[in-house]
Design a protein. Structure first.
Length: 339
């Protein structure tokens, strides 16, 4: 048993924290909403994010970052992409006081607009500038709602250090969640981040009334875009995108009603505005942020990602969905297999 700090007490933070407590670890959740922390401590529930579900009774919650990190051997980031850098800076301040060097694990799936950096790159920059090996990313076909019900789930854990990936595999695996190690840290992160953009597109198609053929085509061509970005810009391994964090996560995020990105896309396809959707979703829609970073990369590096670029135009340039679909279908003929 080790002490684990989970930074983020939303749906995923609560579920992963509870799972780690199920595995016998001493888990403290950190979050900035006092009422959520109080409910977790008093009732072992988190009705703000997860209705009709109870956390492991040994989980604790606090709004004090220093208390959460005290004695932690592993720190799990389950935060929105936009919050990672500021929280990482604060984590560094605490660790500088204690000289502690916990293993850092990220379950956040996103790319930071502006810097175009993956979460592992942000954590390296802000916390361990000389020690990327102490960072592990977890990603795969999983929704908090399903893991909370102990549905059978498989997830990849990736690091540049094999022993640290194995350590996470050992700590996180149990009889309902199986973790596989992977040495392609950036590839696993790219798959987990960009599939959210494709999931918005999948939801839009459903909202527009398109059927299974359209969804299958979108996911297949979306995977080609994810792979192209991962290999050409981040130096990822192509085979990674055939795994859990690539095609696996893409399938579940593009087809499940538990996917916030899919639900957001569906509402946009039905005619609602992005502002309306984001205000009423109640939780973060990571694809709406990640698509900004993808757009910046496409413009700067000339990477061919027509689906992602179409989604950017629909979300941020008021482009018409029907017009974008017609443009996609009328593009110059090209071979299927290419980078």
């Amino acid at each position: 048993m080790i002490k684990i700090a989970v930074l983020g007490n939303g749906s995923w933070g609560s579920v992963l924290g509870s799972m780690l407590a199920d595995n016998g670890n001493d888990v403290t959740l950190y979050g900035n909403i006092d009422s959520v922390n109080e409910e977790i401590n008093a009732h072992h529930t988190n009705s703000h994010y997860m209705k009709d579900w109870k956390l492991n009774e040994n989980t604790k919650a606090t709004g004090d970052l220093e208390a959460a990190l005290d004695g932690a051997e592993l720190v799990l980031f389950v935060l929105p992409t936009k919050a990672v850098r500021i929280v990482a800076k604060n984590v560094r301040k605490v660790l500088d006081k204690t000289a502690a060097k916990p293993l850092l694990v990220t379950a956040t799936k996103g790319i930071e607009p502006g810097s175009k950096k993956l979460i592992s790159e942000i954590l390296t920059e802000e916390i361990y500038p000389d020690d990327e090996d102490k960072i592990v990313a977890i990603s795969g076909p999983s929704h908090a709602e399903n893991v909370a019900q102990k549905d059978l789930t498989a997830i990849a854990c990736a690091s540049t250090n094999e022993e640290n990936a194995k350590r996470v595999q050992e700590l996180f695996s149990n009889d309902y969640v199986r973790f596989y190690t992977n040495d392609d840290l950036v590839g696993v992160e790219v798959g987990g981040a960009v599939k959210n953009v494709i999931a918005i597109a999948a939801g839009i198609l459903v909202g527009q009334g398109y059927g299974d053929d359209a969804k299958a085509a979108l996911m297949t061509r979306g995977l080609a875009e994810i792979t192209r970005l991962g290999v050409q810009y981040f130096g990822a391994k192509p085979m990674t995108f055939s795994g859990l964090s690539g095609i696996g996560d893409l399938i579940v995020t593009c087809t499940s009603v538990n996917s916030r990105n899919w639900r957001a896309g569906k509402q946009i396809g039905e005619g609602k505005t992005l502002d309306y959707v984001l205000k009423n979703m109640g939780q973060v829609v990571e694809g709406a942020t990640t698509v900004k970073a993808v757009h910046e990369l496409c413009e700067e590096k000339g990477i061919d990602m027509p689906i992602s670029e179409a989604i950017y135009r629909v979300l941020y340039e008021d482009a018409d969905v029907d017009t974008e679909i017609k443009k996609m279908m009328g593009r110059e003929p090209k071979p299927e297999i290419r980078l």
